[in-house]
Every structure is written in C-alpha cells, then in structure tokens.
Write a protein that binds this ligand. Structure first.
Ligand code: CTP
Length: 444
C-alpha cells in the first residue's frame, strides 16, 4: 500500500476510500506485525481484484510464505481474539472479539470480523472434482492453483523490501482492465467444477466477458458438475442467489448444461427472469416482516420440475428439511394453479387447495400468479381471512355433546369451518343451528 513502491498499486488514501478506515487500519496493523517478524505476507484474491476495480470487499484473505497458524496465534497473543485452525488446508482464522477490536482501535462493524490466513500452498487433485491435497509452497505457486487470472493477484505487505509489490503472474490486471474472465490452465474446470458456477457468477456480477477459450473449456467440463457433492452445489447456488440479479447467471448456467448435469429433469422456466425480478420489486400484502430472498428464489428455481421430482432434487442438493418441504408444497400448489382459476370454486374449496402450503410457498405462488388476477386475489384473501377462520365449536365441545374423536368428528368441524368461510353462517347462533343439524345427520 506504499504508493511509491509500485505505481500500479492502490495507495493508502484510495484503499481507505474503498475499504473504509477500520479495515485499512486492520490491514496496516497486520502488516506491521509481519514486518516486525520479517515474514513474507500478502493480501490476495477477491479483495485485490475488487480494490483494483474500486469495489468494497471486506473479505480479507492473507497468504504467508510461512506458518499461517503461528502468525494468527501471535496476532491473537498480542491483540486478543481466538484462532481456529484448519490443518488440512494449512489455514487459520483469527476471530476478533470485543477485546481485540478495542486493542486494534477497531470500529464496531468489524468486531465480529474473521480474518483468514493461509500458508502459501500447492494443490494436487487426487481425482477430478475431489477436494485437493495441499503442500506448503511459494506465493507464485499459490496463485497458479487459483481459478481465474483476475483472482490470481496478490499485494505484498511484508517484508519491507517488497512492500507494495503487486504479484500478477497471469495477467490478472490486464484482464481486469479488459473485463475478461480467464482460467489459468486447461484443466481448471475439470479439477474443480465449482469454477463453472464461479465463472458465471463473477461474469454477471462484474459485467465481464468469459474469454472464448475459457468458455469452451467451461462448456466441455459442465457435465462433470454431476460429480460434485450436494453440499458443494448448494453452496454455489446459495452464493449465486445472494447476488443482486441472479437470474442472468441462472440462465447462463442452464444454457451450458449445468442444471441437467445435476438432475436430468431439471429445466428452468422461460419466465424465470421475470419471476426473479418480481421477487425483488413486489411484495405480497401479507408479507410485513423481512424474509429471505434467496429462499424465495430456491422455490422458483424448481418451477419446471414435476412435483414428484422435487423431493429427489432437494435430497440431491441436501437442502434443509424445512426448505425441501416448503419447495415440495409449492410444487404441489403450482400444479393446482389451473384449478385455482375456476370461477365456480367456493372459498372453502380454495382454502382446502391452499391449506398446507408454507408462507414461502404461498409467496412464490403469488409471484407466479401475478398476471392471473383471480388466482392472486384468492391467495391474498386466503392468507388474510380464510386461512385463520375457525368455528367457535372445538373438539371439547363435541366430546361434551357425546361424540367420540374420529373421522366424523373431524368432518363436522370442517363443515362448520367451511360454512364460516363461505359466509353460509355469520354468527354463533347460526353455527349452533348448523351444528344441531349435522349432529342429527350423525345420529340418523
Ligand atoms: N479460489 C479458487 N478456486 C475456487 C474458489 C476460490 O481459486 N474454487 C480462490 C480465488 O483466488 C478466490 C479466493 O480463492 O479469489 C477466495 O475465494 P472466495 O472468497 O470464495 O472468492 P472471492 O474471489 O473472494 O469471491 P467473492 O467476492 O464472490 O467472495
């Protein structure tokens, strides 16, 4: 960050302008700690890419050409906080707490910050798509194992003689200037098919173009996505769905064959872009609290799957049980969307169709039905009124009247509820009258 050391490196003022004062101070303190120990330390990856683009990124990744965990422990020893190590990857996380934040004169925003340190390493892949084996190495080799030229950048912070040097062995800076995503070698996507998702996510976020050769390699490797675990695929989707406008990436991924590689019945709706855009622009009248947009997108990703296929896909992606059940209930409701348009349906019949859907499933259905006013209106009234309508009579009342719990018992309560929902009865007296009639039928 010393401007005189390398005219291409961002100077301290511009780093402060992009990252903010507290992150900059933190980087300076960590650099000072490395300088004092004459350790070779670099800030690497996304944060450098984004600094050069003038974009804020507070995900600080440091690489050392020495033992990362010893360095993280020595920082924690001086400033406080704790260290979590991950020996297989020679990485260590320094987790700041209130003491560390105070010692670092840190802003409250970064009190919970986790700072990643890694020993520079080389990786070998025991088999395609497997997790890599790791051995300690140099910064150049560490950068050579990375995904794209624009991510294979490092800014040296220590020792003093090299402070401010931008390490850019793969033309990352030039690619940043030309707006290009390029892999470093031909096996990149085969070694790690999650890079297919990453390339498309990054291209869409930065409005960059995927270089032609990289694109050909990406298309060739897309079928190998099938070898990735459900957890890794889900994680990549989660990152994509957290982007500002994920539909562009989703459409690109489908056209390269990523979806069928995961499940050969998985197609994306032609209306997906419109649905996703509606999710951001429109909110159903009943949704007052904050809801998770990515959860809503998950539902809409599965619009084209037959309801029976949804469970298998949710299992494949190891979605949480709650999300899997919600997506499955949405798929069932979507199959009923034509029924829900039938003008002769009674409110109680609509209620029965919608009753077991989760809030998110109803929200997703409302998004899909936005240009079907009758369906949209019915979903809104269901949530607002019908869903919560209950007769005054309950099970205890029926027991007191001599009925045993069982199917008939349930049927009577449902008939009373239906009558309220359909406006057939409007008072407790009317409910009592109807109950008497139903009980007469039962005893007959
Ligand atoms: N990386 C890689 N291959 C992967 C994942 C990560 O080479 N499959 C490298 C890249 O150099 C990347 C760095 O590890 O820059 C950090 O990864 P991550 O934090 O996931 O990515 P960022 O580039 O910081 O991207 P984002 O801004 O989306 O967090």
């Amino acid at each position: 960050m010393d401007s005189e050391a390398n005219r291409e490196t961002p100077d301290v003022e511009s780093v402060v302008a992009i990252l903010g004062q507290s992150a900059t101070t933190l980087i300076q303190i960590i650099s000072r700690h490395a300088l004092d120990q004459d350790i070779s330390l670099f800030l690497v990856g996304g944060v450098i890419r984004d600094l050069l683009l003038g974009r804020q990124n507070l995900d600080l990744d440091f690489v050392l050409e020495s033992d990362a965990s010893a360095f993280a422990h020595s920082l924690a020893g001086e400033f406080g906080g704790s260290v979590h190590m991950h020996p297989p990857f020679a990485t260590a996380k320094w987790i700041l707490d209130a003491t560390a934040a105070a010692n670092l004169r840190h802003s409250p925003g970064l009190t919970e910050a986790q700072i990643d340190f890694a020993t520079a390493r080389e990786e070998t892949y025991p088999s395609p798509a497997a997790l890599p084996r790791v051995i300690p190495s140099t910064i150049d080799r560490d950068l050579a194992r990375r995904d794209f030229s624009i991510n294979a950048l490092a800014l040296q912070l220590s020792p003093a003689a090299f402070r401010g040097r931008l390490v850019d062995p793969h033309g990352g800076r030039a690619d940043l200037e030309s707006g290009i995503i390029r892999v470093l070698h031909d096996r990149s996507f085969i070694d790690d098919p999650t890079r297919v998702f990453r390339a498309m996510r990054l291209a869409s976020r930065l409005d960059f173009t995927i270089d032609a050769q990289t694109e050909a390699l990406l298309h060739a490797a897309a079928p190998t996505i099938s070898r990735l675990s459900g957890d890794r695929i889900r994680h990549e989707f989660q990152l994509i769905l957290s982007e500002h406008a994920p539909e562009l990436t989703v459409v690109d991924l489908e056209s390269c064959g990523a979806f069928v590689a995961i499940d050969n019945a998985w197609l994306i709706s032609d209306h997906l872009s419109e649905f996703f855009a509606r999710c951001r622009k429109l909110r159903p009248p009943w949704q007052h609290s904050d809801y998770d947009l990515t959860t809503l997108y998950w539902h809409l990703l599965m619009v084209e799957l037959p309801a029976e296929g949804v469970n298998a896909l949710c299992d494949r992606l190891s979605l949480t049980r709650k999300l899997g059940e919600s997506v499955a209930s949405f798929a069932r409701k979507l199959n009923m969307i034509d029924d829900l348009r039938d003008p002769t349906l009674l409110p109680s019949q609509i209620t029965r169709l919608l009753d077991d859907a989760s809030d998110m499933a109803l929200h997703a259905l409302w998004i899909c039905a936005f240009d079907l006013p009758i369906v949209k209106q019915r979903i809104e009234t269901f949530v607002d009124r019908w869903r919560n309508t209950r007769p005054r009579t309950d099970g205890n009342d029926l027991i007191r009247l001599g009925l045993q719990p069982g199917p008939r018992f349930r049927e009577i309560l449902e008939r009373l509820r239906d009558a309220w929902i359909d406006g057939v009865i409007e008072s407790e007296d009317e409910e009592r009258e109807l109950l008497h009639e139903l009980l007469k039928d039962t005893s007959a």
